[in-house]
Write a protein that binds this ligand. Sequence first.
Ligand code: NAP
Length: 257
Amino acid sequence: MRVPMRVLILGGTAEASAIAGALSGDARFAPVLSLAGRTRAPQTPPIPWRVGGFGGAEGLAAHLRQEGIAALIDATHPFAARMKANAARAAAMAGVPRVAVLRPGWTRQDGDCWTEVADMAAAFAALGPAPRRVFLSIGRRDLAAFGPPHTYLIRSVDPPDALPANARAIAARGPFAEDDERALLAGHRIEVLVTKNAGGAATAGKLAAARRLRLPVVMVARPPPPEPPVVSDAAGALDWLAHQSGPPCPGIVARGV
Ligand code: NAP
């Protein structure tokens, strides 16, 4: 019987959870899911997991060697640029094969009124000088860029530690349905939505709702993509992993001596 292949999955995303679910119970692999520890009550994964940073690319490379990791799947969020760069560098240092998962970004559709900006400071500037009622759907760690004269509704998985002036926070974890998003935007008389271009279906409902309500959207562009190889979803990562683990062992065939 072959020794299971040790696989480290860098997570914090739906794709990482899907990969963990697919590998759970597969005797060919011994997977571990790594979380940064940003979410206060993460959903419990079905495989062994660890929490916290590694100490940069060097720390991650040391971890890969110490733990005998044979394959690294970087399934961090499209905006987790530092971790993505560290994963590529650490894998090269430790000589461990690595793949990055990057889901496709959202693209503008007919009826969308998007202003695309490079970062949070530009997103705030794009709101203009007149006071607006703004829905901030950017997580809870980039709020410092936003302030007067606008009024904000902020949604994040955990409540923010500090709020801008004139802000109200709601804590909620997706997925979010389009109808619920429309009701939220209309109920709070939102005039403009600010979001990161995270991509994916789970949080796309707000974009469809904004389209229906003819609301402008300020869309923060993604950081540069990670180094190849890059796949677009969990299935692509599992295919890549199957290639790393090689063909199945041949069965023992009685030769009839
Ligand atoms: P980041 O800026 O790229 O990473 C900052 C540091 O956090 C990394 O250098 C690393 O510390 C640690 N880290 C990040 N992901 C880790 C993981 N999976 N396991 C262990 N350590 C990790 O990342 P971020 O934007 O803060 O995101 C943090 C986590 O939240 C990621 O796992 C990401 O998938 C998830 N997330 C992020 C967003 C977002 O919008 N940024 C949205 C949803 C989920 P060391 O250098 O010490 O190793």
